[in-house]
Design a protein around this ligand. Structure first.
Ligand code: ATP
Ligand code: MG
Length: 446
């Protein structure tokens, strides 16, 4: 084994920094044989076809490939003419989706991007005949590989292989002048932090400096796209690096994450603690919630709501985050008290119990000495209560039974049901029709 090379399974593909294209092609054939077919069709008609971008990066790293992107000198109308089933996904940018055997593949005509008027979208794109220019418009060296899946020609024009494998960690380095590339498209600032987090990499110094100086231009990017990047970063392998980076370049305040500004009462140490806790859980809900834990307990839910609204997240995401943070205001139940556990479960909901337990244990530093996997697991005492009746819907009787027992519907119902639930939470043995009816009658006649 030559020295200086990382030893693990990407040796399959990269040996003494030389890429083994045959192995890459075999991997593509295995994961998406349609690509070989598509490339053959294009080649038969005299066009070029490369597998490009993130898919090659992920294959090289042995990561799951989310989507295979193709690039060709064929123009969109030529692609449409060659394939039976196509969708004009982004025809103005040269992208056509080819449907084949139940799968979709995006193919984009080699292009360069025109001027970026608004740090968001190129004003125009120009199709070009050669792939070099197309690769040069891409964001980072590790995203600019191209492989011809028929001939095995492998292109790495910007030193991406060296950035991926030549150092202890993958290096995220902008292609060309970082300042210019981020000024063209500010989303790349977020992407850099996200890729570093996902790949367990680090950002090259000049690239990082440019991110810092242009950070404020991220506010011009659509919040939906920011949210996608932020979500990927938070769910990543190394969320600490990614989040620290966003804080360091001053982006965290943009979405109302807890920041230690002069005006706020939050100390840098508290924020640091939240960031460092991110890696202690795989639960993405807990990771999001952690970013708001440095706030005063009464302010967390409000801050998270403002952030989620600003990022135009789904309602489900927003409701869940706010619910978790509101519940985190209260302390966890004593494990020796089953009734307290059931009351707590009724309030937080079975579906959120695990997240809340982990969040609050993490934040309070409880169990800190235990191994991460077991420390924040829901304890057996709580598991034991998960099957207990916890809501009005789970009571042994409902409105119909009360009516049959001569308790008519009316405004008093709310109090009656609350009282029945309270009795059942205190002791599930009370969840019997005759007992509950007696209780309801007593309550009604009071
Ligand atoms: P993932 O699919 O995990 O998000 P990816 O690298 O495949 O990562 P995509 O958004 O799918 O990212 O884009 C595919 C390729 O297109 C990238 O690898 C990169 O070469 C190029 N690309 C995407 N977005 C940009 C951008 N904002 N600026 C420059 N090039 C980009
Ligand atoms: Mg992709």
């Amino acid at each position: 084994m030559p020295s200086g090379l990382p030893i693990n399974h990407h040796e399959l593909f990269v040996y003494t920094k030389k890429v083994n294209s045959n192995k890459l092609i075999a991997a593509i054939e295995d994961k998406a044989p349609q690509i070989i077919k598509i490339a053959h069709i294009l080649k038969d008609y005299g066009f070029l076809c490369y597998v490009v971008g993130g898919s090659i990066r992920d294959l090289l790293l042995g990561r799951p490939v989310s989507d295979f992107d193709l690039a060709s000198d064929a123009e969109p109308h030529e692609v449409q003419a060659l394939f039976r089933r196509t969708i004009a996904t982004g025809i103005e940018h040269g992208t056509i989706t080819i449907r084949m055997q139940g799968r979709s593949f995006e193919i984009t005509t080699f292009r360069t991007d025109g001027d970026y008027a608004d740090a968001r979208h190129p004003e125009s794109v120009a199709f070009v005949r050669n792939i070099d220019e197309d690769l040069a418009r891409r964001d980072f060296t590790i995203n600019a590989f191209a492989l011809d899946p028929i001939s095995g020609e492998f292109l790495d024009l910007f030193g991406g292989i060296s950035d991926l494998f030549g150092h202890e960690k993958p290096i995220i380095r902008a292609i060309g002048k970082p300042e210019e590339r981020f000024a063209e498209d500010a989303l790349r600032i977020m992407r850099a932090a996200r890729f570093a987090a996902q790949l367990g990499g680090s950002i090259e110094a000049e690239t990082l400096e440019a991110m810092h100086s242009l950070a404020s231009s991220v506010s011009r990017v659509s919040v939906e796209r920011i949210f996608v990047e932020l979500s990927k970063l938070i769910a990543s392998k190394d969320p600490i690096y990614g989040m620290q980076c966003l804080y360091d370049i001053g982006l965290a305040s943009l979405w109302g994450f807890a920041t230690a500004t002069e005006a706020s009462q939050i100390s840098p140490e508290t924020i640091q603690r939240a960031i460092e806790l991110l890696a202690k859980t795989d639960d993405v809900r807990v990771r999001w919630a952690l970013m708001f834990m440095p706030f005063d307990s009464s302010e967390r839910a409000t801050a998270a709501l403002a952030c989620a609204k600003q990022l135009k997240t789904s309602k489900a995401f927003r409701v869940e985050l706010v619910h978790i943070l509101s519940c985190a205001e209260q302390s966890l139940p004593a494990l020796s008290d089953p009734s307290a556990i059931r009351h707590w479960l009724a309030q937080v909901g079975r579906a959120h119990a695990k997240s809340l337990w982990a969040l609050q244990c993490l934040w309070s530093d409880a169990h800190v000495e235990k191994a991460a996997e077991e420390a924040y697991e829901l304890p057996a005492e709580i598991h034991a209560e998960l099957d207990a009746p916890l809501s009005i819907a789970e009571l042994a009787i409902g409105g119909a039974e009360l009516k049959a027992a001569a308790i008519p519907a009316g405004p008093h119902m709310k109090a009656i049901f609350a009282e029945m639930l309270e009795a059942v939470l205190t002791d599930p043995m009370h969840n019997k029709p005759e007992e509950l009816i007696a209780l309801a009658k007593a309550c009604y006649n009071r």
